[in-house]
Design a protein. Structure first.
Length: 365
């Protein structure tokens, strides 16, 4: 399944620096290729130590990691909801993403001019939130108008849809985002076709200087307190440090560089893993001598649904799944030993796939 995250932020907050770090294939790990498919879009492999371990054990002909698409969305200015600057392009690009990575400037540097003249991540956040909320308000109002024309027939579902839309409208009018609207989980379906921008999950990335990388700073503390009720994750990254890592030639040099900073992994790797958590995504693996491969699924998917990620025929003709939990595979080294130890289970259509499962599907169409 394709995963697409949009990097947003005001001009000169560090979002393009972060994107450019991703564009360097040497930047993160041994198996971390990246390709640019449009001037502002790239596809990068998801760092996963488990995939590397499976490669070591199975020694396949090839390894295929799962990927995430990163979109560097044009810098936003006030008035974007009305088409100011690159507003329309920005809003079109963000509408197509699964989640928003919102980069906020949390460092002082007189050599890097801020678009509004001073460093204030709260103001910056509010600027982007407001533009997205205004666009969502416009979308909801148009949807209500359409529904009210259809409501004359007395259809209960249409009336319910209008009620839900009006809850969103009132919520947006108070300056709050759609993701926090007081509606039930079953009611969200009534606004799905409105593609609300502020309904998307968000990850706040605080771009700091190197000295603030481990413990944060006053700006980070303010943002954490500000978004504590948003059910959003806050990540601290130094884009300038990521750029330094990207310049190193070897994987070993990058490991040493991170160790010198007291870090176990790069900020970019943390960002991608955080995006998976944000979207409640799992990874399962298929492992054989021809190929070891990672597959992305939604948390809670059944075995047939997971099989369908490979090919629709796998789901349509699903018979059973042979499942080995990742830790068991690592302990017993191979599928045969897992089978002999009773660690390979046969699962049917009701099985809920777990993160890290090594799976083999049987199907017939």
């Amino acid at each position: 399944m394709a995963l697409k995250c949009g990097i947003v932020g005001l001009p000169n907050v560090g979002k393009s620096t972060l994107f450019n770090c991703l564009s360097n294939a040497k930047a993160q790990a041994a198996n971390f290729p990246f390709c640019t498919i449009e001037p502002n879009v790239g596809v990068i492999t998801v760092p996963d130590e488990r995939l590397n371990k499976l490669e070591e054990l199975v020694v396949p002909q090839r390894v295929v990691p799962t990927t995430i698409e990163i979109v560097d969305i044009a810098g936003l200015v006030k008035g974007a909801s009305k088409g100011e600057g690159l507003g329309n392009q920005f809003l079109s690009n963000i509408r197509e993403t699964n989640a928003i990575i919102h980069v906020l400037r949390c460092f002082d540097d007189p050599n890097v001019v801020h678009v509004d003249g001073s460093v204030d991540p709260v103001r910056d956040k509010d600027t982007i939130d407001t533009e997205l909320q205004l666009k969502d308000l416009e979308s909801i109002e148009k949807k209500i108008q359409r529904l009210e024309k259809l409501a004359k027939g007395g259809d209960k579902e249409i009336k319910k849809a209008i009620e839900v839309c009006k809850v969103y409208k009132a919520h947006l009018e108070t300056g709050k985002s759609a993701r926090s609207a007081p509606v039930g989980e079953d009611d969200v379906k009534y606004v799905e076709d409105a593609f609300l921008l502020t309904g998307k999950p968000v990850l706040y990335v605080c771009n700091v200087d190197e000295k603030s990388l481990k413990s944060g700073n006053k700006y980070v503390d303010i943002i954490r307190d500000l978004v504590k009720d948003e059910n959003a994750e806050v990540l601290v990254i130094a884009a300038a440090v990521e750029a330094d890592i990207a310049q190193l030639e070897s994987y070993e040099d990058r490991v040493v560089f991170l160790e010198d900073l007291g870090l176990e992994e790069s900020g970019v790797a943390k960002l991608i893993k955080a995006a998976y958590r944000l979207l409640s995504l799992y990874t399962y693996f298929t492992a054989g001598v021809k190929e070891v491969r990672a597959w992305t699924i939604d948390k809670g998917m059944t075995a047939p649904q997971a099989a369908g990620i490979i090919h629709t025929d796998f789901e349509r003709g699903f018979i059973r799944a042979e499942v080995i939990h990742y830790q068991d595979f690592v302990q017993y080294k191979n599928e045969s030993a897992c089978r002999d130890a009773g660690k390979l289970s046969i699962e049917g259509k009701e099985y809920i796939v777990q993160d890290g499962d090594v799976m083999h599907f049987r199907f017939n169409v």
